[in-house]
Structure formats: structure tokens, C-alpha cells
Write a protein that binds this ligand. Structure first.
Ligand code: IPM
Ligand code: MG
Length: 357
């Protein structure tokens, strides 16, 4: 099979973890006799430096042409005081929207060798295995009106959380389809005791659930969900929520996995005009400027994102499983980075995963 993949290393540790993810992609492809055609593009702070904007037209074109896009991370401290519409992060929001990848799948697993890396008690964390499905192209991240206007005491910041029935229904269906292949349980997270968007969300997902009688649906308020994730993480199978709730709760989920460096993600849902699926794959962590350039970032989130790409964009289940098994073998060997209390460099972890494949 030919795998045409766009690589967007981005900023900070994004370049380092992406290098290892690409090493693993090339290795697994060679091992299973596939051809990888890589192109590289600019996104985020590096794109601002080289082109003046965080999401150049050239990157958009490359992303629309590729079968799948693998992204590192975006964000640089020098842009901290820039307005949102000019910042590196806006490039990421731009590519998500342009590809139309409305469902962001963030699996959270407690790996046995990492149980001690979590600050939580072992018996609580052990056996955790959930997928957070974060709505990715709507909600308060994109809603208008938005902005800062006025002066003095009347200066006002505005953001808008808004969802249509269609936006809620499609991500709900994605959650139910995923649950069907797992433990058949969907938890929908909202704030329906306060927000109208959440009331519509709850009503629509309940209607969608009628089409999936084999899957159980329950609802949790987002504040309670934040607590249950820590108190009883094993109760969750597929957990679906709007964009910003998903951003926040997936970082909380990272505590269960032992390190935010562990979490991969797959952003899917859209099809191209020719019918092909579109996919954007990125680790959940950010650009971590504080440890950038030191060869000590954990590449497992990026490598896991390659496994997700093989599975969702190319349907290569055996290849994806080979990557995931190799990750588990390396975790068990203790050849891991400092965030997991190991001594390995980013590069050594990538090489060890290739060797284990
Ligand atoms: C994430 C990140 C991004 C988000 C930032 C970098 C814009 O935190 O993917 O979770 O908020 O979506
Ligand atoms: Mg986030």
C-alpha cells in the first residue's frame, strides 16, 4: 500500500517527537512492505516565522492532498502576548476546521508498567481503558461573536458556545459506533443544569441513542465528570463531550496514563470529495518549550498517533497492533524518558520501539 503522509512537526518538542514517530512509521511500513511518501509542511510558530501566518495556504493544500497528516505540537512563548487570531494555536484550529475532522479520539489507558507513575492509588488506576471523544470543530473555540471591544471598565471579552443539532448528532454517532466495538457504554458529558447548548446536546444524543439499543448511555455533568475520572476511572468506556470540556478533561485523563506524554489522538470524521477519509493525528501534549531541544521529551504520544493513523486512515490493523505491542514492550523494559522516571532520550525510545517491531 502507498501511504501519502503530510508531516507537520510544528514547534518545541513537536519536532523531536515527530522525528521518532516518523522513524516508527517508516520502520513498520518497511517491515510490512508498504511505501511511505512523506511531505513536510509548516504549522504554528515556525510557520509565522517563515511565512507570516500560522496556517499557510501551502500547508492547507498539502493537507488536502495527503491521505493523512501527522502533527507534532504548536506554540512558542514569544507569542504569548499576541492576540488569539495571530497565535500559533490558531494554525491548529485552522487545519482542524479545514479538514473537517469533527471527532477527536483520545484513548486513555493505564499501562501496567506505568501504574507507579500516576500519583493516584494503584487499585484505582489499574484497568483504566477509555476513549475520550472530543468534538473538535465547533463550540466555544469557533463560535461567534468573539473578541475584545470597548474601553475602561466597559472593555469586554466575548466568546460564544454554540452547537447545531447536526454537529451534536454526528459526533454522538461516532461515540456509539466506537462503543459498539468496545464495552458498549457511552457517557455523555455536559453542563445542562446551566447551559442551553448542553440541554440541546443531551436531547440530541438521547435521540441518537435510540438507534443503538445495544449500547448503554448515561449522562454526567462536567464538574462531576472531572471528579469521577479520578474517583472511579474504570466506570468509563467511551466518553463524549463538546470541544472545550474535552480539552480540559483529556489533560486530566493524562494523570491516569502516568504522563501527558503518553496520550495519542486521532481526529477523524470527514471525507474528501472523492470519498476518502480524512485524518489528522497528533499527541495530546503541547510544545513544552521548557524542555524543547533537550532530547528528553516522551515520544509515545506521537508514536501512538502513528498507530492510530495506520488503523483509522489506512485500515492496517495488524501494523497498528505491531506498533502498540512494541510500545508496551518498551514500557515494560523501562527504557523510557524522564517523565516516566526513566533515563532514555527521545531518540532512544524511538529506536527501541523500532527494534521491538
Ligand atoms: C489540545 C491543545 C490545543 C487545544 C491547543 C494547542 C490549541 O491544548 O489539542 O488539547 O486546545 O485544542
Ligand atoms: Mg489541550
Amino acid at each position: 500500500m502507498e501511504l501519502n503522509v503530510l508531516i507537520l512537526p510544528g514547534d518545541g518538542i513537536g519536532t523531536e517527537v515527530t522525528r521518532e514517530a516518523v522513524r516508527v512509521l517508516n520502520h513498520v511500513a518497511a517491515r510490512f512492505s508498504h511505501t511511505v511518501n512523506l511531505t513536510e509542511g509548516l504549522l504554528g510558530g515556525i510557520a509565522i516565522h517563515k511565512t507570516g501566518g500560522p496556517f499557510p495556504a501551502e500547508t492547507e493544500k498539502l493537507a488536502l492532498e495527503a491521505d493523512a497528516t501527522l502533527m507534532g505540537a504548536v506554540g512558542l512563548p514569544e507569542f504569548d502576548n499576541w492576540p488569539p487570531e495571530k497565535r500559533p494555536e490558531r494554525g491548529l484550529l485552522g487545519i482542524r476546521k479545514c479538514l473537517g475532522v469533527y471527532a477527536n479520539l483520545r484513548p486513555v489507558r493505564a499501562y501496567q508498567p506505568l501504574i507507579e507513575s500516576s500519583p493516584l492509588k494503584n487499585h484505582l488506576v489499574e484497568g483504566t481503558d477509555m476513549i475520550i471523544v472530543r468534538e473538535l470543530t465547533g463550540g466555544i473555540y469557533y463560535g461567534t461573536p468573539r473578541g475584545i471591544a470597548g474601553t475602561g471598565d466597559e472593555e469586554r471579552g466575548t466568546n460564544t458556545m454554540t452547537y447545531t443539532r447536526a454537529e451534536i448528532a454526528r459526533v454522538s454517532r461516532m461515540a456509539f459506533e466506537l462503543a459498539r466495538a468496545r464495552r458498549k457504554k457511552v457517557t455523555s458529558v455536559d453542563k445542562s443544569n446551566v447551559l442551553e447548548t448542553s440541554q440541546l446536546w443531551r436531547r440530541v444524543i438521547t435521540e441518537v441513542a435510540a438507534g443503538y439499543p445495544d449500547v448503554e448511555l448515561d449522562h454526567l455533568l462536567v464538574d462531576n465528570c472531572a471528579m469521577q475520572l479520578i474517583l472511579n476511572p474504570k466506570r468509563f468506556d467511551v466518553v463524549v463531550m463538546e470541544n472545550m470540556f474535552g480539552d480540559i478533561l483529556s489533560d486530566e485523563g493524562a494523570v491516569l496514563a502516568g504522563s501527558i506524554g503518553m496520550l495519542p489522538s486521532a481526529s477523524i470524521g470527514a471525507r474528501k470529495p472523492n470519498g476518502a477519509w480524512v485524518g489528522l493525528y497528533e499527541p495530546v501534549h503541547g510544545s513544552a518549550p521548557d524542555i524543547a531541544g533537550q532530547n528528553k521529551a516522551n515520544p509515545f504520544g506521537a508514536i501512538g498517533s502513528v498507530a492510530a493513523m495506520l488503523e483509522y486512515s489506512f485500515g492496517l490493523m495488524e501494523e497498528a497492533a505491531a506498533v502498540n505491542r512494541a510500545v508496551e514492550a518498551v514500557l515494560a523494559s523501562g527504557n523510557v524518558t524522564a517523565d516516566l522516571k526513566g533515563k532514555a532520550t527521545t531518540e532512544q525510545v524511538g529506536q527501541a520501539v523500532c527494534a521491538a517491531i
